[in-house]
Structures are given as C-alpha cells and as structure tokens.
Design a protein around this ligand. Structure first.
Ligand code: NAP
Length: 329
C-alpha cells in the first residue's frame, strides 16, 4: 500500500505558468520512455512514486507514448487507480494528440475528428474524467487552423481538459493559435518545445520570447538530450542505456567524436561548478526566465533524484556562460 511522503512539497520549486493561475514544478516527469510494455511495471511504478514523493506534480503524456502506443497512458491509469487516486487533485496531468495513433484517415494530425476521438481514448486509458492539460502535439499544415483551434476550445468547454497547450508549432501558427484561443476565452496555457544545451532552437527562433509576450508558459522537453547531457555516455554506451536498448530516437551514430568532446567539456565545467552534468544541463534551461518547467525522462528513481539537484544549482557566472558557448561552438 503506497502512502505519499508527507514532506513532498518542501524541496520542489513551483513556477507560475505564463500569466495563468497554474504553478508547475520546475521539474516535471515525462512518460515517453520507461512506461511502455517493454519496461517492467515495478520499475515504472517506482519512478512515479519517487516523482510524486519529490513534489513533482506534473506528469506529461501523449496518446502514442509506449510502446505500444497508448501503453504509457494505460500504465499511469493503473498507477493512478492503485496508488494515487486519493491525490488526483494534487496532480497536473497532460496528454496530447496529432501524431500517428490508429489506422485510417482519422488516426493522426489535427482535425477536429482526430483530436476529439483521441482525447476520449486517452481518458479511457488514464481512467480519468478529464486531463488538466491537452496539447495539439504538432502543427497540421493540411487542416484549417480554425478547425484545430476551435476543437481545442470545445474540448475545454466540454470539460474534458482544463487547459490547452501547443507543442512544436512553428512561430507564425503559434501566434495565430495564441490569438484565437485568447479571443475565444480559452487562453493557451503553455508551449512545449525541445530545449537543451545542444538544441536551443526555441531561443533562436523567438518561440521563448513569443510565449512570454503572449502570457504563455514554456516547458522544455528532452532537457538532457535523451541522456547525452549526463554522465551516461562518457565512457562508451552502457547496455542498459536508451541508446543501446531503444535506439528508435537516439542511435549510436549520434555520439560522434565532436558530440563526445562537447559532453566531456560540459562535464568538466559541471565538475568545476561542484555538480553533475545533468544538474547543470537542467539548471541552464531553468535559468531562462521564460521557462516554466523542464520535462525530464528517467529510467530509475535514482536518476530522477539526481536530477533534482538542479534545484539547488548555483547561478551561472558570465564566464561560465561564455565557456559553455565556446564548448558548443
Ligand atoms: N512534445 C514532444 O514532441 C515531445 C518529444 C519528446 C519528448 N517529450 C516529453 O519530454 C519528456 C522527456 O524526454 P526525454 O526522455 O527525451 O528526456 P531527457 O531528460 O532528455 O532524457 C531522459 C533520459 O536520460 C537519461 N537520464 C536521465 N537522468 C539521468 C541521470 N541523472 N543520469 C544518467 N542518465 C540520465 C535516461 O536514459 P537511460 O534510459 O539511458 O537511463 C532517461 O531516460 C518525454 O517523456 C515527453 O514527456 C515531448
């Protein structure tokens, strides 16, 4: 029988999401990996408990997280039912739709049909009446933006999601989205994009600034570049690492000598700062005032707890920031 750690809110930092009423933990937990049918259920359950016990109130899912697609939602649904049903109102659960989910013309992209049907399926798998946050997972250039956006507004009106988010939308479509959603009384809560030391596109493309200017929060995914920005690959490719056992999105040829040299340079800098590379990588993202939270992945409770050290990282000096730029050149 699980009983939550009574001091779970003492060490986490909570940040306001844009200009909304919502506070999110600076570190959130993602379910893209480690919650599918290939991961032992005990392992996933231990990660979820460690997260909740550390004050991580935000769990990030999507319809297709697995494998198999839907498995992560199903697994969390079971944990919510078994362990966390008494804590539903302490949790902020997001899911998404728009990537490939089922066969036929309605199983993907951002039509009203797909978004509505997919969310209904997600709610069944999660065993929930509503999610806190529903994202359009990607911009669909073939569907009229108004169709997608009105479906998102209607989802909130139906009570199936409390808030709406956009993920991976290009700048101009996001601007149209923010304005449409605001005008229709459902302001966009948050933008989700990849942001880490190796991929700073949302910064360079103005997505971070745009979110702040629109009163929208920003949450960064893959903040550790799927594990590259940790000590995981400093001395080869461990057999239990994502790169070795699940190379769908992270393969060995991404670990080039140049990438390895950057990892080593950043690791040396982290040691000088008195912390781990993962803590430094997360605190660098969190040092951007536009950022509400980072969504980490973790394959063990130990990794998760190690990443919490980022909350106590020292601020970056100008010299350290320019050292980072030099290393990444
Ligand atoms: N919106 C989108 O399109 C989108 C896309 C991708 C992800 N996301 C979201 O972002 C979440 C996080 O993505 P991600 O899993 O790529 O995040 P990540 O935090 O960049 O990478 C997580 C992986 O890094 C390794 N790791 C984590 N902490 C470690 C530590 N302290 N020491 C050593 N290794 C460590 C683990 O890999 P090992 O398995 O090797 O241990 C872990 O599974 C996803 O779950 C999802 O919710 C969203």
């Amino acid at each position: 029988m699980y009983s939550a750690n009574p001091t779970r809110y003492t060490e986490m930092t909570y940040r306001r999401c844009g200009q909304s009423g919502i506070l999110l933990p600076a570190i959130s937990l993602g379910f893209w990996h480690n919650f599918g049918n290939v991961t032992p259920e005990m392992q996933s359950r231990a990660i979820v408990r460690a997260a909740f016990d550390a004050g991580i109130t935000h769990f990030d899912l999507a319809n297709n997280y697995g494998p198999d697609p839907g498995a992560a939602e199903q697994r969390l649904g079971k944990f919510l039912h078994d362990d966390l049903s008494a804590y539903r109102d302490e949790l902020f659960i997001s899911t998404k739709a728009a990537y490939d989910m089922w066969d036929g013309p309605y199983g993907s992209w951002a039509s009203r049909k797909h978004l509505m049907a997919s969310l209904d399926q997600s709610l069944r798998r999660l065993q929930l009446d509503y999610v806190d946050l529903f994202y359009c997972h990607r911009y669909d250039p073939a569907t009229p933006l108004e169709e997608t956006l009105q479906a998102l507004v209607d989802i909130v009106r139906q009570g199936k999601a409390l808030y709406i988010g956009l993920s991976r939308w290009p700048y101009q479509a996001a601007q149209t989205g923010y304005e449409y959603l605001r005008q229709h009384g459902v302001p966009c809560l948050i933008y989700q994009g990849r942001l880490n030391l190796f991929d700073q596109a949302p910064k360079h493309e103005g997505i971070l600034r745009q979110a702040a200017e629109n009163g929208v929060g920003f949450i960064g995914f893959s903040p550790l570049a799927q594990g590259l920005l940790t000590n995981r690959y400093l001395n080869g490719i461990p057999a239990d690492s994502r790169m070795a056992h699940d190379p769908r999105f992270l393969h060995a040829d991404m670990l080039t000598p140049q990438v390895l040299a950057r990892i080593r340079g950043l690791n040396d800098l982290a040691i000088q700062r008195g912390e781990s590379l993962s803590a430094m990588a997360l605190s660098w993202i969190l040092s951007h005032p536009e950022v509400t939270s980072v969504i980490i992945g973790a394959s063990s409770p130990e990794q998760l707890r190690c990443n919490l050290d980022a909350l106590a990282s020292p601020p970056f000096t100008p010299e350290q920031l320019s050292a980072i730029e030099d290393i990444l050149q």
